[in-house]
Design a protein around this ligand. Structure first.
Ligand code: SF4
Length: 243
């Protein structure tokens, strides 16, 4: 597993961005996350070691653009080169999450066609409003590997009208950080029920910091949030994970 952040920084875009982890992390170093810039690792997929081999080994999954949004408008001038690198490294599997699926057609390269086989794009929806806005767009986009992330899950969401075999999976999780908005287990179970009805794999990734179960609010330390989700044993089918 490799990380590739070709640019860093982002502009808050919807409710799920309020406590963005990029902003929280940068704040520790008094960095302004809204100043978007290319990183020193911009060309990481093409870098080679002294022996002439790619630093990112063939076959690796590459978590892409996790300190920004790949479809951010402030990155328009850099994205073409990033796509070229992904095209050249067809031996890698790139994965990114976006809140800006509505910019998809402004952002794809000329030879995109039905999508690059080595690129997965996940659409994130944090509440009903964003599900109703983004998922109809997302469903129709030509992308070879699609998934939904409801993380942070901020409200109950009925996404049943959009689920179907076009999706690889739905991932759900709460919000982290001291000021996190609570996530209710009932909302998680409800999305799971929708996924099972639509035969779409479901993965409960983490509880978030403030988790409501049976009407009671629990404070979950960061290091236990994923473990607590695992304990619930509700991934469906069993064994569904992030990969
Ligand atoms: S889109 Fe993602 S990276 Fe950008 S501000 Fe929102 S949460 Fe942060």
């Amino acid at each position: 597993m490799a990380d590739w952040n070709p640019w860093h920084g982002c502009i808050k875009y919807s409710a799920g961005c309020r406590h963005c982890y990029v902003y929280r992390r940068d704040a520790r170093y008094e960095k302004d996350s809204s100043l978007v810039h290319k990183t020193a690792n911009f060309n990481l997929p093409l870098r080679r070691d002294r022996a002439g081999n790619y630093k990112i080994k063939p076959g690796e999954r590459v978590w892409t653009c996790f300190t920004s949004d790949f479809f951010l408008d402030l990155a328009d001038e850099w994205r073409g080169e990033a796509w070229s690198m992904m095209r050249e490294r067809s031996d890698l599997y790139f994965f990114f999450i976006t809140k800006r699926i509505d910019r998809f057609y402004d952002c794809i390269p000329a030879d995109w066609g039905e999508g690059y086989d080595n690129v997965a794009i996940c659409c994130t929806v944090e509440n009903q409003e964003m599900a109703d806005y983004r998922l109809p767009i997302y469903k129709e986009t030509p992308i070879r590997h699609k998934s939904i992330a409801s993380e942070p899950l901020l409200t109950p969401i009925d996404m049943s009208a959009y689920l179907g075999p076009w999706l690889n999976k739905v991932v759900v999780g709460g919000e982290s950080g001291q000021a996190a908005r609570p996530c209710d287990y009932q909302w998680v179970l409800d999305i799971r029920r929708q996924c099972m009805a639509a035969r779409v794999p479901f993965y409960f990734k983490q509880t978030g910091a403030h988790f409501i179960k049976d009407g009671r609010l629990y404070q979950i330390p960061r290091k236990l949030q994923s473990a607590q989700a695992r304990k619930a044993r509700i991934d469906w089918p069993k064994g569904t994970g992030l990969g």
